[in-house]
Design a binder for this molecule. Structure first.
Ligand SMILES: O[C@H]1[C@H](O)[C@@H](O)[C@H](O)[C@@H](O)[C@H]1O
Ligand SMILES: [Fe+2]
Ligand SMILES: [Fe+2]
Length: 303
């Protein structure tokens, strides 16, 4: 049954623009899924006709052509060194404000808004899971790879949905047709269902297209974050829509992945549908998030 109820005011969040008598569809207890994104379009609509969509499509074209098995291996090695910058989690949140994500049809707010909107929305519904609040706050911090301090990696190597490399590209991946120009597409070592992998091998053994997810996972792990494995999993696979939305590549998962993906599916709703014009008062919520950072991370991290 679909229940319609009006939009609530979150604690600590001021609604900047009230969407005139607009009603929202409830999918789950608590969080209200809006019926349109900030531009008045459906969420994750990659086929619409607008200038923004054209930019997003061009983004995916370049991304799909260049994300090869070899490229990902190289990037993991290079950025896994974590020898670029030393800073705290909060410093990174602030740096991220300079980064604009060209792959996202649903968002044109500064990134820090998105981080806090996601974290505050999930905190509202899961007040006792403080690790989940922090996971939400930091899930996109890997986008700093596009910052000049990190050599300004191009967008196609930082943002957008992710997918495995080393096996066939699933048809459910956004703008799949552009993979035809990816050198791996015609390489028999990489273009079969399993490619270089084995059934049930576990996602930890699968190379994912390079971007902010895997990078932030590496940062958290190598700096000895005490976040639970589900938190690290959410960070690492939150852009893997082919899996968590469509169920593609399920056969690569192991038992631990099956457990962790439950949290990812919960998290995804907040990541995607909290993208709105709702502004968060940063100064008001900052002390709470600083306390979580202190609990789960060292003061300074290697990036
Ligand atoms: O465009 C968006 C954006 O880059 C998000 O940060 C990423 O997690 C999504 O998967 C992607 O679709
Ligand atoms: Fe993301
Ligand atoms: Fe996000």
């Amino acid at each position: 049954m679909t229940i319609l109820i009006p939009q609530p005011q979150f604690a600590g969040i001021e609604v900047e623009e009230k969407s005139s008598a607009k009603e929202e569809v409830v999918l789950d207890a608590g969080f209200l899924v809006p019926d349109a994104n900030a531009f008045g379009h459906n969420f994750r609509d990659y086929d619409g006709e607008s200038e923004r969509q054209a930019g997003v499509e061009t983004f995916y074209k370049i991304n799909h052509i260049n994300q090869t098995y070899h490229f990902v291996k190289r990037m993991r090695e290079e950025y896994g060194k974590l020898d670029k910058v030393e800073m705290s989690i909060w410093e990174c949140c602030e740096l991220l404000n300079d980064v604009i994500d060209e792959s996202d049809p649903d968002l044109d707010e500064p990134q820090i808004e998105h981080l806090l909107q996601t974290a505050e929305a999930i905190r509202q519904d899961y007040p006792n899971e403080d690790w989940l609040h922090l996971t939400a706050l930091i899930h996109d911090l890997g986008k700093v790879l596009h910052h000049p301090k990190f050599g300004e990696l191009p967008q196609w190597a930082v943002v957008g949905d992710t997918f495995p490399v080393g096996c066939a590209f699933d048809e459910s991946i956004v703008h799949h047709k552009y993979f035809e120009e990816n050198p791996d597409y015609n390489n028999p070592a990489y273009n079969t269902k399993f490619g270089v992998y084995k059934a049930g091998c576990g996602l930890d053994n699968v190379l994912m297209s390079w971007g902010h997810d895997d990078y932030m996972y590496l940062v958290a792990k190598e700096n000895k974050s005490t976040l639970p494995s589900a938190g690290l999993f959410v960070i690492r696979y939150h852009s893997f829509y082919a899996l968590h939305r469509t169920g593609a590549y399920k056969y690569l998962m192991n038992e631990e992945d099956e457990e962790n993906i439950k949290w990812l599916k919960i998290f995804n709703k907040y990541d995607l549908y909290s993208k709105s014009k709702v502004r968060i008062d940063v100064e008001k919520v900052k002390p709470y998030y600083l306390s979580l950072i202190h609990k789960y991370f060292p003061e300074k991290l290697r990036w």
